[in-house]
Design a protein around this ligand. Sequence first.
Ligand SMILES: NC(=O)c1ccc[n+]([C@@H]2O[C@H](COP(=O)([O-])OP(=O)(O)OC[C@H]3O[C@@H](n4cnc5c(N)ncnc54)[C@H](OP(=O)(O)O)[C@@H]3O)[C@@H](O)[C@H]2O)c1
Length: 258
Amino acid sequence: MKNRDLFSIEGKTALVTGGGAGIGYMIARGYVEAGARVYIASRKAEVLEEAARELNEIGDCTAIPADLSQEEGCQQLAQEITERESTLDILVNNAGATWGAPLEEFPDSGWDRVLNLNVKGVFHLTRALIPALEAAGNAEDPSRVINVGSVEGIQVPLAEAYSYAASKAGVHHLTRVLAHRLAKRHISVNALVPGPFRSRMMASTLDELEDVIAENTPLGRIGRPDDIAAAAIYLASPGAAWLTAVLLPVDGGISGTH
Ligand SMILES: NC(=O)c1ccc[n+]([C@@H]2O[C@H](COP(=O)([O-])OP(=O)(O)OC[C@H]3O[C@@H](n4cnc5c(N)ncnc54)[C@H](OP(=O)(O)O)[C@@H]3O)[C@@H](O)[C@H]2O)c1
C-alpha cells in the first residue's frame, strides 16, 4: 500500500449513531469529507434530515431515525442498513446520554436512561450488525467497530454523573470484551475516549466553565471537531488494521497526566 493510502477511507460504508449532532456530527462530517458513504441515526428525524442535507452538499449521507435505547430499535436500524447495504465497513457507536443529580436524589430512571443507551445500545446494535460487518472484513483489513467512551469513564467526574461515569467505564471494558470475541471474525473493536468537546450535552458546562476546563487541560484548550474526526478516521483506516481493544484518548492530555 502506498503511504498516501494509509489513512484513506474513501468508498467505505459507515454508520454513525447520534450522527446528527455534537461529536457524532463531527465524525460523520469527517467521514463524508474523506469520501465514505455515511449513514447517521438517532431519534429526532428533523435534526438528522437537516444534518444529512448539509453533508450531502459535500458527499454522501443518509439519515435513518432510530431509538437505540431499546433492543428492538437497534434491530430495526440494523435491518434498514442491511436492506440498503450488503456489507458495513465501519460502525461508530457514538449515541449517548447523561444524567446529573445529587447523590441522595439520584433517581433510578437516571440509571435506566443512561445504561440502556450508553451500554446496552452499544451491545445490541453491534450484535445486530455482526453479519454485515463480518461480510466487509478480512484478515488483512478487518471491519471496524468504534465505540465512544469518555475521560469520565477513567477519571472521577467533577459533576455528579454517577450512571454516566459508570456507563463509560462499561463502554471501555465492553470494547475489550467484544474485541476479544470478534477478532477471529475479522472485526476490530476500539474506543475513542474524548475529553471536553462543545455539544448539546456539554453546552451548559462549557458556557460556565470553558476557561477553567481549558486551563486544566495540558494542551490548553477544549477539543475541536477536527481532533475527533481525525482520530475516528485513523481508527477506520487501513493504517489501524492491526489495532483492536485499544482505548484512544482524544483529550488534550487530561487522562494521561492527571
Ligand atoms: N461532548 C463531550 O465533551 C463528550 C466527552 C466525552 C464523551 N462524549 C460522548 O460523545 C457521545 C456524543 O455526545 P455529545 O457530547 O455529542 O452529546 P449530544 O450532542 O447530546 O449528542 C448525543 C447524540 O445521541 C443521540 N441520542 C440520544 N438518545 C438517543 C437514543 N435513545 N437513540 C438514538 N440516539 C440517541 C442524540 O440524538 P437524538 O436526540 O436525535 O436521539 C445525539 O445525536 C456520547 O456518547 C457522549 O457520552 C462526549
